[in-house]
Design a protein. Structure first.
Lengths: 185, 121
């Protein structure tokens, strides 16, 4: 039984869990959208005094910050108690394509070329992480949601704006992967 | 998320290169079940545990903000390999570099708040 939990979860189980989380939040009168937390944290830091966009009753969003803490704990538990530490099994084509860009085959969940301390302490490595985060934060608020708010919640409600946002996610993702990666890596 | 490797940069690359079904399977399953569940909630007017009707707020009508904002998000998603939720799961998992990514996501959100009235929506 524990084997089933410890080995990598199948896509359908993970997908079903995500849908279950969304319905759980709906049942408790909330909605599933993670990037709102970024705005909430800005508001809670007192930035509402300078910028009107952050001037709202952030305390009503504390439940979502609790969800954020839960997500951190989830990662911790997955690491401490449920991990096998085996390299992840991505497709051979991806390993080959990333190899051309200078990435070694996966040894763990994340590439050491980007997430190790050595990478972080280099100027380029730091810029990659910083710019990546900056664009995710800026883009998710500009588009009014991220993967959870648009791709899961919005598409589940068959909303056209969410479909447009997901199209945008892929436009940006494909431009980065196929046009910008060869220039920077 | 961690256990299905959806928090992995490698998995996001695999997705954007259309070289595996994994991420599409995860998101697809969630959306198919989501569509079914949401239509049931609407059909049977299911209430939440407070007894209030479950309402779905239609998002503002616009094309520009979703395509432009979505594209900026996509650029960042492919580069850092994480959307906001998986960032914090990664921090819990021990990838502390993700704290930098998360911090700059906050800066990005702040920047949007600062210049949003100048952007086309």
């Amino acid at each position: 039984m524990t084997d089933i939990i410890i080995q990598t979860w199948s896509w359908w189980f993970s997908g079903a869990m995500i849908a279950a989380i969304m319905f759980f939040l709906l049942f408790f009168g909330q909605s599933f959208g993670f990037s709102s937390n970024l705005r909430t944290i800005c508001a809670a830091s007192g930035l509402g005094k300078q910028v009107k966009f952050f001037d709202f009753n952030w305390r009503s969003q504390i439940w979502n910050l609790v969800f954020l803490i839960g997500a951190i704990l989830g990662g911790l538990i997955a690491r401490q108690y449920l991990s096998t530490d085996s390299p992840i099994q991505i497709s051979q084509e991806t390993i080959r394509d990333l190899g051309i860009l200078g990435f070694a085959a996966p040894e763990s969940l994340q590439p050491k070329e980007l997430f190790s301390w050595e990478a972080l302490s280099s100027v380029k490595g730091f810029l990659v992480l910083a710019l990546g985060g900056l664009m995710v934060g800026f883009g998710s608020r500009y588009a009014g949601g991220c993967t959870s708010g648009h791709a899961i919640s919005g598409l589940s409600d068959l909303q056209i704006p969410s479909l447009l946002a997901v199209v945008g996610f892929f436009v940006g993702g494909l431009v980065m992967t196929f046009l910008i990666f060869p220039l920077i890596f | 998320m961690a256990k299905s490797e959806a928090i992995s940069w490698f998995r996001i690359q695999e997705m954007f290169r259309f070289q595996a079904f994994h991420m599409y399977g995860i998101i697809g399953t969630a959306v198919v079940l989501g569509v079914a569940g949401v239509s049931l909630i609407k059909k049977f007017k299911i209430r939440d545990y407070h007894g209030n009707p479950i309402v779905f707020h239609p998002k503002d009508k616009s094309i520009t903000r979703y395509l432009l904002g979505g594209s900026v998000f996509g650029l960042g998603w492919a580069l850092s390999g994480a959307c906001p939720g998986p960032m914090v799961v990664n921090i819990g998992y021990g990838y502390f570099s993700m704290a930098i990514v998360f911090f700059f996501a906050l800066v990005g959100t702040y920047l949007y708040g600062l210049i949003r009235h100048k952007l086309p929506h």
